[in-house]
Design a protein around this ligand. Structure first.
Ligand code: VAH
Length: 311
């Protein structure tokens, strides 16, 4: 069986659906601290899991003895700054608890996402390399950098086959985003269709690495299915889709909604977070080691978002 912990989040929702198509519904246990607010069509197996409750985790691992575990539960960058200690506790101790249970119950493969948030103000901004200065200044970013170090440690010291990707901002339409700094790139589509206008909390020139969820899910599965001997990065792979700024995204939307208007909010706290992150990512290690290749350009992503949100 496969546990997806954080199954109701923006990524988890889609990962559960995809894994159930590949492995069958009964093999994929959706785990989260709350039931999905919508009833899942195929209503596959669900378990309440709190990654900070070791008794709860022990019960779940004893019941399923999972062969794979995807740990997606986390507090994201913007929310994390509102609640630093909770973000550190959940993101860090949640990971450590899951790593220990995966060791104890001999889980074959583990997935845990890092983020471009693990880079900081002194990381190179353009084509940020796989290895470089990493001085994240958000609690979320600090927890992701520390998490990467722990993942590599558990691989080297205990042989745990844990794999990780530094996700860029992820754009999707199926599930709501979870309190991140890149969420503007999702809300903009909803508002463009509903109101014909959107007010961005990031400035026009704020270029960030982004990726369509379909690419992110496919890349995650491709990483997890690659032969272990091909995986040379056990901290977390740089992973790139396409980079753009709010103005470029608005231009692309105007190809479908000609009079779409984009306004800008000044002094939103998320601007400082975005300014500490890279503009673009060099993911040549992922391309070399497990043949990563994105498929969704900004144009195709925009078309897909608008088409699916119109339904
Ligand atoms: C966030 N969407 O904004 C997440 C992600 C790179 C951004 O980590 O916090």
């Amino acid at each position: 069986t496969i546990l997806v912990i954080g199954a109701n989040g923006q990524i988890g929702t889609e990962l559960v659906n995809h894994l159930r198509q590949v492995y069958g519904s009964s093999q994929v246990i959706a785990c989260d601290i709350r039931r999905p607010d919508y009833d899942i069509k195929d209503a596959g197996p669900f378990e309440f899991v709190n990654v900070l409750d070791k008794e709860n985790l022990k019960t779940i691992y004893q019941k399923y003895k999972p062969s794979q575990v995807y740990l997606l539960a986390a507090i994201l960058s913007a929310t994390g700054e509102q609640n630093p200690k909770l973000a550190w506790d959940l993101n860090m101790n949640g990971l450590l608890n899951v790593l220990d249970f995966c060791l104890e119950y001999k889980t074959h493969k583990v997935y845990w996402p890092s983020s471009i948030a693990a880079f900081g103000p002194n990381s190179p901004k353009a084509d940020t390399p796989q290895f470089c200065t990493m001085d994240p200044n958000t609690v979320y970013g600090i927890s992701k950098l520390a998490g990467e170090r722990w993942c590599e440690y558990y691989h080297q010291k205990h042989g745990l086959d844990i794999r990780s990707l530094r996700y860029p901002g992820l754009i999707s339409w199926k599930a709501a985003p979870g309190g991140g700094t890149t969420d503007y790139a999702i809300h903009i589509f909803h508002d463009a269709l509903k109101k014909g206008t959107y007010t961005s909390f990031l400035s026009a020139s704020t270029e960030l690495p982004m990726m369509y969820m379909d690419d992110a899910i496919r890349g995650t599965i491709e990483l997890m299915e690659a032969p272990a001997e091909n995986i040379n990065v056990r901290s977390s792979y740089n992973f790139a889709g396409t980079s753009f700024n709010p103005e470029q995204l608005a231009e692309e939307i105007r190809k479908h909604i000609p009079d779409f208007k984009l306004a800008y909010l000044e002094n939103d706290p998320r601007q400082a977070i975005a300014d500490s992150w890279p503009r673009s990512i060099d993911d040549s290690a992922a391309q070399t080691d497990w043949k990563w290749k994105p498929e969704f350009s900004l144009a195709i992503m925009t078309e897909s978002m608008l088409t699916n949100l119109k339904k």
